[in-house]
Design a binder for this molecule. Sequence first.
Ligand SMILES: Cc1ncc(C[n+]2csc(CCOP(=O)(O)OP(=O)(O)O)c2C)c(N)n1
Length: 328
Amino acid sequence: MTNAAAGADTALLVDLYRTMLLIRRFEERCNSLFLQGRIPSTLHLYMGQEAIATGACSVLRTDDYVTGTHRPHGHALAKGVSARAIMAELMAKETGCCRARGGSMHVGNISVGMFPAIAIVGAGCPIAAGAALSAKMRGTDQAAMSFFGEGAANEGDWHEALNMAAIWRLPVVYVCENNLYGASTHFSKAFAVAHVADRAAAYGMPGAVVDGNDVEAVRAAAAEAVERARAGGGPTLLECLTYRLCGHSRSDACDYRPDEEEAEWRARDPLLLTGERLTAPPHGLDAAALKGVEAGVAAEIDDAVAYAEASPSPDPAELGRHVFWEGA
Ligand SMILES: Cc1ncc(C[n+]2csc(CCOP(=O)(O)OP(=O)(O)O)c2C)c(N)n1
């Protein structure tokens, strides 16, 4: 297991904490808006996994590419899609990042390198390989990063993508978010290996198991992998161990998980861990500083909700537009 490299500086750690907090509070608000009937469809919340998107995306540039999953709010926020544009998308407004044609499972904005996310389990993996191939053919040093749950690692797409990325030494980082359950199926019932990262060897690429609740550990592992990708060293498979702090979707009461297991992981909530680290030496922030970060995040989310509420709905006559490619 890769542990936190000692000593990200305080300003950087505050920044990482802020992004994680933004993702958490954004989703708490989504949950409440959903219960009020102001967000249609369903939600797959990312709560508990914030350190992964935050740490991994923190080493990417705007022109690098990310593919997300059916649980993509965190990936999109960490890659720089605005809270306004995501909230408007979730509330089905024309100002949403996909003009309300995508909804929760498809948020993204290619202008900041976030492909609209894909709800088909594993389907983002070959797309990331394609983006990396495009960067290689164009001779840029852009990298691609693909997030997926452990469930994706049992899909054909995943195996084909990793194999192709390895034989062509593509600049791509595969980031498995192993939250122990694919819907209600425990990892041990779906895998005969101890770790998803064990499979890296079968494709001839480096693999590592990372503490996915430790934002600095994720950042350090991602930095090494992205550096290797940019330098022509090919793909990496990172398996980040984590836990979702909610059901699989809004319709999941989550009664298949032991209470003790949940309690253990709640004690390792990534926000808690980072908050504790920030208030201890060598950072030594006081509680007021963390409250200041909270206040900034709360204001950003209030602004996003107000923006979304004030935005127009799409014209029903135009719903076919922006769905298929137009032009020529
Ligand atoms: C190819 C495919 N099969 C099944 C589904 C239905 N489905 C949606 S999410 C999910 C579980 C995915 O588990 P995992 O990949 O571990 O991600 P997590 O939900 O844990 O983040 C399933 C089976 C789907 N979207 N796509």
